[in-house]
Design a protein around this ligand. Structure first.
Ligand SMILES: [Zn+2]
Length: 207
């Protein structure tokens, strides 16, 4: 997921680039999304592929990082409803895709969640749409949880169940609770501690 983990720590644990050699970094390639709008979607790198979601019209690109110039592996155009642009409050941005189980999950501005096969870019399953009354829109990034995705936008959330698989579940640490825990708390570079909605305030001692 774009924020690295459920606590959104965002810190990379990779050690190859450090304080001593960061000055030697050079541009390897550039890529234009072709959309002159707010770019808020962090590129997602899984193994040797980079996945990018553009602002509306939310085209998804897969770039092959194993080859010079990072040529395109595939692209997917979801063709969201143009009317969604009129109700988006902070430009028609997207806030990145997420990856799990060989699929790239992303939201379109017209409030659909779509899963793409990461190798082929083909849609997998049926896109799920928002339940809130129209007009609605989504700019949120996705959180993947227990094999389902949870997208939060404007105070609403919606779950989607692509399969019953999912290694990402956690149990609440509150004594005797053990419920599904969606709130993770961690200091940078430390493991997360997990709590359910009811007990989430207990996680603050781990921050
Ligand atoms: Zn609990």
């Amino acid at each position: 997921m774009p924020a690295k983990n459920y606590a959104s720590t965002r810190f990379g644990e990779l050690a190859e680039i450090n304080e001593a050699n960061v000055k030697n970094l050079q541009v390897a390639f550039t890529f234009s999304t072709g959309v002159n709008k707010g770019q808020e979607a962090a590129p997602l790198v899984v193994r040797s592929t980079m996945y990018i979601v553009t602002p509306f019209p939310n085209t998804v690109y897969a770039l092959d990082l194993s080859k010079p110039g990072a040529p395109m592996k595939w692209k997917y155009e979801p063709n969201p409803e143009p009317a969604a642009q009129g109700v988006a409050c902070c430009d028609v941005v997207n806030r990145s895709a997420a990856f799990a189980d060989g699929h790239v999950f992303f939201n379109t501005l017209d409030a659909h969640t779509i899963a793409l096969d990461a190798n082929t870019g083909q849609p997998s399953g049926t896109p799920t749409s928002a339940t809130s009354p129209l007009p609605s829109y989504w700019q949120a990034s996705l959180w993947l949880r227990c094999g389902s995705t949870v997208a939060t936008a404007s105070g609403t959330s919606r779950t989607w169940q692509p399969s019953d698989r999912g290694p990402l579940g956690h149990a609440c640490k509150h004594a005797g609770c053990g419920k599904d825990a969606g709130w993770g708390f961690a200091r940078p570079r430390q493991p997360s501690h997990w709590f359910c909605f009811e007990h989430r305030s207990e996680g603050e001692r781990f921050l």
